[in-house]
Design a protein. Structure first.
Length: 165
């Protein structure tokens, strides 16, 4: 099973592709899509869509997992992230891929066993779980790998529950 994890953002959109085969996870690809800072908002969203569509075609995931926007005090930022999330959903939907959503706390809980972990803790646990020789960089890509790991673990747990009942 190949999963594409996405950490949405209009400045940096992180992506991470993880294979899960015979109980083992392996990182396949990760990176960040970065539109020009001088582009209009519409041009940024279009760029994100085109580049993310290329990642999907190149890596052929079977499912897509996306981090849900965290809404705190900055509503404007949350709307921008929501737009990037919508672009990611559209790119996945155009390839006929199912999309799953996870909160930042849920992702951190699954990956680090602590829902309020900081970025470096997430990077370290992603490195450990995927047997990477170095911390995955940049942090947006590490977050996207964490989204994919979270989805794999949630899927395994759901299957275990189904088999148990």
């Amino acid at each position: 099973m190949r999963i594409l994890g996405i950490d949405p953002g209009t400045v940096h959109l992180g992506y991470g592709v993880v294979d899960y085969i015979s109980g083992e996870m392996r990182a396949v690809d990760w990176g960040v899509v970065e539109p020009s800072h001088r582009s209009s908002h519409e041009e940024r969203l279009h760029f994100l869509y085109v580049e993310l569509s290329k990642v999907i075609v190149q890596n052929q995931p079977v499912e897509v997992a996306i981090e849900e926007p965290f809404v705190a005090l900055n509503v404007r930022s949350a709307f921008a992230i929501g737009r990037a999330q919508a672009v990611a959903i559209l790119a996945a939907a155009n390839q006929g891929l199912p999309v799953f959503y996870y909160s930042p706390t849920q992702i951190k809980q699954q990956v680090t066993s602590y829902g309020h972990s900081d970025k470096i803790q997430v990077q370290e646990m992603v490195q450990l779980q995927l047997s990477l020789s170095q911390l995955p960089q940049p942090s947006d890509a590490a977050d996207a790998l964490a989204v994919a790991i979270c989805h794999i673990q949630e899927d395994c747990f759901s299957r275990w529950l189904e088999e148990s009942s």
